[in-house]
Design a binder for this molecule. Structure first.
Ligand code: NAD
Length: 299
């Protein structure tokens, strides 16, 4: 795979460090983002810049997309001068965005008609793990395509798991997003209770992080809350998108999600308060407002 030229489309919070790590690993990379400014840092690090999606697709043996949601992926993949029309037969397209599994399957079917291999390979871990190459990557698609792409995926992540046919990667990602959102809500409820009862939140965090209530979510998000730092990271608006996809998918397959639907309303309330661009650790601000306290480290 190392000889293949990599096309990378979508250089936001996640895409940029992932593409940087591919360049550092010696891959020849051609990049594109609708927002020219997002491309600049990568060009300075040795990537070639493309003027269009068509140019990326025509010049690459592997095309990776890292875009916000299903409509963006559809816009980039389908239609005139889109990825699928412009990609060489025999190439591999890997969509690493978190989108609806149904849309992954639509893209996969269209790719197959054109002799293009397709994987859905969403990630978990956020910006820090994208930078450190320690993302968890969950991959759907044909097993032999996965085998070909594995080496490349291991450049960006430390855990790369094949989970089944096309769409399965995004189904697993939805499961991941439910667990993360509900963990943040549980952490927030517990911390607001503790502070309102007069206990120092730093002590609460220290006391519980090594026990059964300790978690990766707690260790990633509690320091941000204590510092009052809600800079994303993972924006609330993106988590709303994931839970909307989870609820839609769940209703299609007949799996009611009572806690996820409540979580969605908490995120919607935060959006009404204008906090949709905050990191999702700002879920605690919903609970802080209810109880009239703030969970912060003493300055
Ligand atoms: P982002 O908004 O920072 O980046 C998306 C990029 O895609 C932007 O630079 C945007 O200009 C570009 N883009 C949008 N439409 C385009 C188009 N038509 N053609 C070319 N470029 C286009 O988002 P992000 O945080 O990097 O997230 C990307 C995906 O990864 C999302 O699906 C998100 O849910 C998922 N994800 C994010 C995180 C995180 O912590 N940020 C963690 C895991 C997964």
């Amino acid at each position: 795979m190392k000889k293949e030229k990599i096309g990378f489309i979508g250089l936001g919070i996640m895409g940029r460090p992932m593409a940087e790590n591919l360049i550092k690993a010696g891959y020849d990379l051609i990049a594109y983002d609708v927002n020219r400014a997002s491309m600049e840092p990568l060009l300075a690090e040795g990537a070639a810049g493309a003027g269009s999606i068509k140019e990326v697709a025509e010049k690459s043996g592997v095309i990776i997309t890292m875009l916000p949601n299903s409509p963006h992926v559809k816009a980039v993949m389908f239609g005139k001068d889109g990825v699928l029309e412009s990609t060489k037969s025999g190439a591999i397209v890997i969509d690493m965005s978190s989108i609806a599994p149904l849309v992954s399957r639509e893209v996969g079917e269209e790719a197959k008609k054109r002799g293009i291999a397709f994987l859905d390979a969403p990630v978990s871990g956020g910006e820090p793990k994208a930078i450190n190459k320690t993302l968890a990557i969950m991959v759907g698609g044909e097993a032999e395509v996965f085998e070909k792409a594995k080496e490349l995926l291991f450049v960006m992540g430390s855990s790369v798991t094949y989970v089944g046919e096309i769409g399965s990667g995004n189904t697993v990602k939805l499961a991941n997003q439910i667990i993360v959102a509900l963990n943040i809500a549980a952490m927030s409820e517990a911390m607001v209770l503790s502070v309102k009862s007069g206990v120092d939140p730093v002590k609460v965090y220290e006391a519980i992080r090594g026990g059964l209530a300790g978690s990766t979510v707690l260790d990633a998000k509690m320091p941000m809350v204590l510092d009052g730092n809600f800079k994303p990271g993972f924006r609330i608006e993106l988590h709303i998108k994931d839970l909307a996809n989870a609820l839609e998918t769940a209703h299609e397959v007949g799996a009611p999600l009572p806690l996820t639907s409540q979580m969605m309303e908490i995120l919607q309330a935060l959006k009404v308060d204008g906090l949709e661009k905050n990191d999702h650790s700002a879920v605690i601000r919903f609970y802080e407002k209810l109880a009239g306290v703030e969970v912060r480290k003493e300055k």
